[in-house]
Design a protein around this ligand. Structure first.
Ligand SMILES: Nc1ncnc2c1ncn2[C@@H]1O[C@H](COP(=O)(O)OP(=O)(O)OP(=O)(O)O)[C@@H](O)[C@H]1O
Ligand SMILES: [Mg+2]
Length: 300
């Protein structure tokens, strides 16, 4: 087990190698798990997750979204949904995870966060296990699990990043975003052995600006850290996006031809391609449910 801040642990060591050997290294995992984080708040994580989810569903994928901003999540509000239950109920043991899932646009499924009443900013190890057990409950597993992380570098953010196949980090042209992404990448690489990150630049005005911001980041990471950063793409600063937010709709759904929507569809295509590359990355998923879903699918 790997210790996280505050005593939380992430499945590692024997358990992880056991899981790894159970899952096939040769073929992509049926469930692709992508954690979206950013360090700094307000850079567009939730919008990117919501739109990647809807875009993926429109491309025929079975998408489940976990609102891992457990205390202050707002994915449900962004999509105009009013959940009756939430992950807090699962963590309290009063609801099964499957009962908490709600359906969103284009058939995406959502696990809503709490409404802020419970303090879930640092899941205990027992709560992490309860959540993982809950995933086993799901009758029809998705092929894409998107995790909308909270801002910052809390133990929850680190936990959800470590258990995912891919860490998609949202960077914006603001200088504070750069320093916060650096801090996130630093802690994940130096303390949790995460060496590969996908970077999406949001709210850039041009492709040139997006590439420039990305290069600024890699200049610092190349100098001080042993990590590889891939430019996953960029989403333009686009008035259509806040317009869609005000109507509580995903921009890809409401304005599919908007510049930000085109970028989200493109990024969604990238995600599907990463799935094929997963074995190359080598960092096989530690998220119990996915491995177990795989086993269930394979009838083992
Ligand atoms: N590409 C974009 N163009 C224009 N506005 C955008 C874009 N992306 C995000 N925004 C705006 O930025 C604001 C913050 O977005 P969002 O809630 O997705 O950020 P977040 O990173 O999830 O925030 P938090 O850290 O609080 O969870 C929203 O009001 C949204 O409308
Ligand atoms: Mg958010």
């Amino acid at each position: 087990m790997k210790e996280l801040e505050g005593g939380e642990r992430v499945a590692q060591g024997d358990q992880a190698s056991g899981l790894r050997s159970m899952a096939s290294l040769e073929k992509p995992d049926p469930v692709q798990v992508v954690a979206v984080s950013s360090g700094k708040g307000g850079v567009g994580k939730t919008n990117i997750v919501a739109n990647l989810a809807v875009a993926g569903a429109l491309h025929g994928r079975q998408v489940l979204v976990l609102d891992a901003d457990l205390a202050l999540g707002n994915l449900d509000i962004l999509l105009g949904l009013a959940p009756v239950y939430n992950l807090g109920d699962v963590l309290l043991g009063t609801r099964r995870l499957e009962e908490v899932i709600i359906e969103g646009p284009a058939g995406i499924r959502i696990l809503p966060a709490t409404s802020g009443v419970q303090d879930l900013t640092a899941l205990t190890h027992e709560q992490q296990l309860r959540l993982q057990d809950g995933f086993l409950d799901i009758q029809s597993p998705p092929d894409l699990l998107l995790i909308d992380c909270a801002a910052g570098i809390s133990s929850n953010v680190l936990y959800f990043s470590v258990v995912a196949h891919e860490i998609l980090v949202v960077l914006s042209p603001e200088p504070m975003s750069l320093t916060d992404v650096y801090a996130l990448v630093k802690v994940l690489s130096t303390r949790y052995q995460q060496k590969h990150f996908r970077i999406v630049v949001n709210m850039a005005k041009t492709a040139r600006e997006a590439k420039h911001v990305f290069r600024k980041l890699t200049k610092v990471t190349d100098r001080y850290l042993t990590v590889s950063l891939d430019f996953a793409g960029w989403v333009p600063l686009d008035d259509y996006l806040p317009m869609a937010v005000c109507q509580q709709r995903a921009v890809v759904d409401l304005f599919p031809k908007a510049p930000s929507s085109r970028a989200m569809f493109e990024l969604s295509g990238q995600l599907a391609r990463w799935r094929e590359e997963q074995p190359i990355r080598g960092g096989l998923l530690l998220f119990g449910p996915s491995v177990l879903w795989n086993q269930a699918k394979e009838g083992t």
